[in-house]
Design a binder for this molecule. Structure first.
Ligand code: NAI
Length: 465
């Protein structure tokens, strides 16, 4: 029986990053993964494949809508869907192979199979039981079920995000249930491929919890790109035949139930923590009311020697949040001081334009009664954004404390938002003021000038608005 300092359960971004940090800190480490490849949901059926499809379809959209005006004449390319899926598979393969290489390089054993924890200090994989001084559960999340809706990815009519990456053909009509990140990213992919996409959302705004200005602008931009929205409507059921599905929904405010027909229905109504089969009940591991593993400030569960990180515990279900926790818990186990600043975790939606946020929203701060300054700069005043047809409707909003000028949050919708947000993240980590960004020279012509302009707008005023 092998003996380890740490066994990590789950090789998604939380688990594999944690394993690498454990190994770097001199701990004898193994990782358990039951999938054929490493990388978890993110690399196999989540972030990475969806970004490959978003990239390919963005180029198609550019060719169809913007090439001619830039003097690039000729027919837009036609879509070879099978080849596009092959490209996506190649991207997945490169990344999962990369993680396998990193495991070998760091001398981390991959225990292939599904783990259970018969007792603290033991991890069972297949018929073998391994000993570990510490166990880190990084088992992630799975799509949550919607009552009255049966997902069958193999049939390809009513699918979740995994099935939506593998549809046998491009549907003519698609209904997306849920205007969250998954619904809008994958809805965008199919809208660009020519599918008539209708998004049904229970709330009155897209991406619940996001900055209200961004929500409005984002929805308008997506509508221009061809997506339709039915807001304030709760989906009550989906009836599927061999080739089609009928979605029934009820307006939140009351009124008659309605139906919509589609070739494919994508259920994107959230994900839930996944810890089935680990034996946590028998071990007495405390859970939260929402089915998450309860942890303390050091990612320790209620059972000594067992830790948990990522989607399976509280907090946003984001790969980078899991990675940060993975590194931090490794440091805790090694006797160091692992820390995650939950106030500075960016969120990004990889549509075109991208949407990115960090810190507190304007509405939340106002509701708390905080005195704030809001600097907003439209990308229409940014020369570079105009040059790439991505200025319309986009902006940077920076929020700072009225008295101290300390940055409290930001929301960006526009080109490169997912990268631009990190300037603000770093500033927040350093406790910077809006003036610190305003006084920093930003290269021209870059999108990042819009961040500086928003910071200037928190002071004496932006220059180009
Ligand atoms: P979500 O929680 O972001 O959005 C689900 C939406 O479905 C909500 O707006 C909700 O109001 C709506 N909804 C729920 N039940 C409904 C019903 N019966 N009828 C109509 N609407 C209904 O969940 P999503 O998009 O599935 O994403 C799951 C998780 O994965 C999230 O935590 C997300 O942050 C993460 N994720 C992050 C990505 C990124 O960072 N780019 C990409 C993909 C997923």
């Amino acid at each position: 029986m092998a003996q380890y300092d740490v066994i990590i359960i789950g090789a998604g971004p939380g688990g594999y990053v944690s394993a690498i940090r454990c190994a770097q800190l001199g701990l004898k480490t193994a990782i358990v993964e039951g999938r054929e490849t490493l990388g978890g949901t993110c690399l196999n059926v989540g972030c990475i494949p969806s970004k490959a499809l978003l990239h390919a379809t963005h180029l198609l959209h550019e060719a169809e809508h913007n090439f001619a005006s830039m003097g690039l004449k000729g027919k837009a390319p036609s879509v070879d869907w099978d080849q596009m899926k092959t490209y996506k598979e190649e991207v997945i393969g490169q990344n999962t192979g990369g993680v396998e290489f990193l495991m070998k390089k760091n001398k981390i054993d991959w225990l292939k199979g599904w783990a259970s924890i018969p007792a603290a200090g033991q991890v069972k994989v297949g018929d073998e039981t391994h000993e570990a001084k510490n166990i880190v559960i990084a088992s992630g999340s799975v799509p949550s079920a919607l009552p009255g809706v049966e997902v069958d990815n193999a049939k390809g009519i009513v699918v979740d995000s995994t099935g939506a990456l593998e549809l046998p053909k491009i549907p003519k009509k698609m209904v997306v249930i849920g205007a969250g990140v998954i619904g809008l990213e994958l809805g965008s992919v199919y809208a660009r491929l020519g599918t008539e996409v209708t998004v049904v959302e229970y709330m009155d705004a897209v991406c619940p919890g996001m900055d209200a200005d961004v929500q409005r602008s984002f929805k308008r931009i997506l509508e221009k790109q061809g997506l339709s929205f039915i807001m304030g409507a709760a989906v009550k059921g989906v009836e599927a035949s061999k080739t089609k599905a009928k979605v029934s929904y009820e307006p939140k405010k009351g009124g008659d139930a309605q139906t919509l027909e589609a070739d494919v229905v994508l259920v994107a109504t959230g994900r839930k923590p996944y810890s089935e089969g680990l034996g946590l009940d028998a071990l007495g591991v405390k859970m939260t009311e929402r089915g998450q593993i309860a942890t303390d400030g050091h990612w320790a569960t209620s059972v000594p020697g067992i830790y948990a990180i990522g989607d399976v515990i509280q907090g946003p279900m984001l790969a980078h949040k899991a990675e940060d926790e993975g590194m931090a818990v490794a440091e805790v186990i090694a006797g160091k001081h692992g820390h995650v600043n939950y106030g500075v975790i960016p969120g990004v939606v990889y549509t075109t334009p991208e949407v990115a946020t960090v810190g507190a929203t304007e509405d939340a701060l106002k509701a708390e009664g905080r005195k704030i300054k809001v600097g907003k700069f439209m990308f229409m005043g940014n020369a570079r954004a105009k040059a790439v047809h991505q200025a319309e409707g986009g902006f940077v909003k920076l929020i700072a404390d009225k008295e101290t000028d300390r940055i409290l949050g930001a929301a960006i919708i526009g080109p490169g938002a997912g990268d631009l947000i990190h300037e603000i993240c770093v500033a927040m980590e350093f406790g910077a003021s809006a003036e610190d960004i305003a006084l920093t020279c930003h290269a021209h012509p870059t999108y990042s000038e819009a961040v500086r302009e928003a910071a200037l707008a928190c002071g004496d005023g932006a220059i180009h608005s």
